[in-house]
Design a protein around this ligand. Structure first.
Ligand code: ADP
Ligand code: MG
Length: 255
């Protein structure tokens, strides 16, 4: 990565804190109890998550592994407030998000979650800078404040020389770094990543993993990453296995 600037907490809060949460650093950031999730297809019910219980502490970097179809993305989407469980408790920073209405959940998600996708999901008609600015549209920041903050965040991921480029003019690794900038520009409580290196060559994957490690180590961001790649999982300090909708073994990764 070319000369990334130091990662620091943004000086100004993004003004997204519409859902007040009691941040108690002594209790886990994520507390999941007896979580069930199934999908309905026609008259068929497909059970996906079966009685999941899990605690994740503030500042942890956790990798979630497991075979294809084991429910990794489903669990990540529930934690990110993109989907809702059938039953169980899904407490994040003290708030059970499974009880929120759709609108309250959307507000909560915008304020607290930075989501990184396998295929970047950048808007092709927007420049790198405009893509990163997008989540700030929901805040009270002025246009120039949004610009400045987005530019600063792009500099954090080492892309200050690519601000005016469109996604099609960037490599996969650069696009994923733009997507990471977009995920962190609101200073979210939790960063979730679903196979963030799945579409990248080894070198770009290393850049992305190094960036996630820095976010975790330098500013204490809690990171939860789904990955197929045992090498990528080594970036995490904790490894969780999901198999057939159940958390089976839990081992410590390399730190
Ligand atoms: P993973 O990410 O571990 O590969 P997923 O969480 O994507 O697994 O999927 C788990 C299971 O749930 C799979 O059998 C998948 O087909 C099913 N599934 C996922 N999303 C849906 C959906 N929206 N509707 C119906 N079935 C789904
Ligand atoms: Mg998946």
């Amino acid at each position: 990565m070319d000369q990334p600037v130091a990662i620091t907490h943004a000086a100004e809060p993004p003004g997204l804190g519409t859902v007040a949460t009691a941040m108690d650093a002594t209790s886990p950031l994520i507390e999941i109890r007896a979580l069930f999730k199934s999908y309905r297809r026609g008259d068929q019910i497909i059970p996906v998550l079966n009685d999941i219980s899990l605690d994740i502490a503030h500042g942890e970097f956790t990798a979630l592994m497991g075979p294809s179809g084991s429910g990794k993305s489903t669990l990540l989407n529930l934690i990110a407030g993109i989907d809702k469980p059938d039953s169980g408790q899904l407490r994040i920073a003290g708030l059970d998000i499974s009880r929120l209405s759709e609108t309250a959940l959307a507000d909560w998600r915008a304020a607290h979650i930075g989501f990184i996708f396998q295929f970047y999901n950048l808007m092709p008609v927007l420049t790198a800078l405009e893509n990163v600015e997008l989540p700030l549209m929901l805040t009270s920041l002025s246009r120039s404040e949004r610009r400045e903050r987005a530019a600063l965040t792009l500099a954090m991921v080492g892309l200050d020389d690519r601000m005016d480029h469109y996604p099609s003019e960037l490599s996969g690794g650069q696009q994923q770094r733009v997507a990471i900038a977009r995920a962190i520009v609101t200073d979210p409580t939790l960063i979730v990543a679903d196979e963030p290196t799945g579409d990248l060559d080894r070198r770009s994957a290393e850049d992305v993993l190094a960036l996630l490690r820095r976010l975790n180590e330098e500013i204490g961001k809690t990171v939860l990453m789904v990955t197929h790649d045992a090498n990528a999982a080594k970036s995490a300090r904790r490894l969780i296995h999901l198999d057939k909708g159940e958390l089976s073994t839990e081992q410590s990764g390399q730190s």
